[in-house]
Design a binder for this molecule. Structure first.
Ligand code: ATP
Length: 456
């Protein structure tokens, strides 16, 4: 199994992910996505939108603001309750999330749903040690609100205080009525959104797994009360199938159904899809049945009637909601972990390779003139034709073997080589990343060939 250090080194050295603000000594737990990382993120988001919105009869897309009226966060419960349990080591003053301390101390314990008193008692009874200094005394636990605050406008006063959104979901709930009215969608229907979210996490870490700024892809799926368990199961399986169809190994994925006593107050069923990250199974995707908690809260707080009128039965009700919510960066880390390999070839040489689904690979193909002086003219012509349809890269430096290795290492799915025969027969060599098999393809069929090979 690949280690997290190997992934970090790999990501930095290839141009997938750089340390944020590196020039100025960095800013803890911030990461910048380089030429490859930004393409990978774009491809993940495109694949999600394609599957969850475009190819379903149910779902539409929304792009709501990061900055919202503070009342949204009062109504949703985030101002009062979006907090993590914070404790501090009495000896070294390092701060920790108490639930994570407990779960790291005993992997078979889940502190989901525990009160702060329960957690504190556990720390004492079980003599949990500080991961930083090894002492066993912690300060009582207090709730630490994770929302970033800022001020809108020129006057820094309470009335102008706003928040950076800690999730994209509330943007969907507050537009539920507008969306339903303008699209004339009938329940069941859903709204998909991709966007940045910000959480002042107590203990960010594990590279890009937990950061304070991240991107979420969320679906809020509105259903008739009473049908929510069927839809919950439907979306659970839909999410799992999508991950497997994109190449994540089945044995690296598990459902973690939350026990009734561990459910959040607004949920009547929740499951996490956990992926085997280098440190073990951890949450990749949260899927929750949220009842009508959010719509009810906004209806109460805004005074606006958010009920849906069923045109077939004339019933009025607040829909229940199923929410699959996943972080783009956690998917990036999962795909890098899943695909990274160093293979030993028959020749005894090794090659670094990223086995990543061609639809996600930053470059579908590399265009390579065999000999720069002789073949670059034709190669550039082909490159300029193909880059109208695909992300492709052009490379003419060093010998062809080294160029193949470089493309394998970053996950480029096909290598197209222009050689001596190309001018005569108008064909090129196309090499597959995974099998290294080579075929001759007529130039005029290249576009169709790439499309077919990289389709998702
Ligand atoms: P955790 O228990 O790991 O803190 P959570 O249960 O609070 O996560 P949700 O609020 O359900 O997470 O968020 C939905 C998804 O958003 C998560 O499954 C994860 O993929 C992603 N996510 C949440 N917090 C972060 C973060 N700090 N950094 C990166 N991704 C995150």
């Amino acid at each position: 199994m690949v280690t997290l250090d190997q992934i970090v080194q790999y990501a930095k050295s290839t141009g997938y992910i750089y340390q944020g603000s590196e020039l100025y000594g960095g800013l803890a737990n911030t990461w910048d996505y380089g030429p490859l990382g930004s393409l990978l993120k774009k491809n993940i988001k495109d694949a999600w939108i394609k599957k969850f919105q475009r190819q379903t009869p149910y779902n539409v897309l929304l792009d709501s603001s990061i900055l919202m009226n503070s009342e949204v966060w009062k109504a949703s419960g985030h101002v009062g309750g979006f907090s993590d349990p914070l404790t501090e080591c009495k000896s070294c003053n390092q701060r920790f999330r108490a639930d994570k301390l407990i779960e790291d101390h005993n992997h078979s314990v889940s502190a989901d749903g525990w009160s702060t008193d329960q957690m504190y008692q556990y720390l004492i009874d079980q003599q949990v040690t500080c991961p930083n200094c090894g002492k066993k005394e912690f300060l009582p636990i207090r709730a630490f609100n994770m929302m970033f605050q800022t001020y809108q406008g020129v006057v820094l006063e309470q009335a102008n205080q706003i928040y950076l959104r800690p999730e994209t979901a509330q943007g969907i709930f507050i537009q539920f009525k507008n969306i339903q009215r303008t699209t004339r969608k009938k329940v069941p229907f859903g709204v998909c959104q991709v966007g940045k979210a910000f959480r002042n996490e107590i203990t960010p870490g594990n590279f890009i797994f937990r950061t304070r700024e991240f991107e979420q892809m969320e679906l809020e799926f509105f259903v008739k009360p009473g049908t929510e368990m069927d839809w919950f199961n439907y979306w659970k399986q839909f999410c799992m199938d999508w991950l497997i169809s994109l190449g994540l190994k089945k044995e690296s994925l598990i459902f973690d159904d939350h026990k009734p006593e561990a459910l959040s107050h607004y949920s009547n069923a929740t499951t996490d899809i956990r992926f085997q990250f280098p440190w073990g199974f951890d949450e990749l995707w949260g899927i929750a049945s949220r009842t009508d908690y959010d719509l009810k809260a906004h209806q109460l707080h805004s005074g606006e009637n958010l009920a849906y009128l069923d045109p077939d039965t004339n019933e009025r009700y607040l829909p229940y909601v199923i929410e699959p919510s996943v972080g783009v960066e956690r998917l990036v880390l999962a795909f890098l972990t899943n695909g990274y390999d160093v293979e030993t070839l028959d020749s005894g040489d090794t090659r670094q390779i990223l086995h990543i689904h061609p639809a996600l690979a930053p470059y579908k193909a590399a265009v390579l003139p065999l000999i720069k002086k002789e073949h670059s003219g034709k190669a550039i012509e082909i490159f300029e034709e193909l880059n109208q349809y695909f992300d492709v890269v052009y490379d003419e430096t060093q010998n062809i073997g080294k160029r193949y290795r470089r493309q394998d290492a970053i996950g480029t799915y096909l290598c197209i080589t222009i050689d001596h025969d190309t001018e005569n027969d108008q064909t090129v060599t196309v090499r597959n990343r995974d099998t290294m098999a080579q075929v001759r393809v007529p130039i005029k069929e290249l576009r169709n060939y790439i499309e077919k090979e990289t389709k998702f």
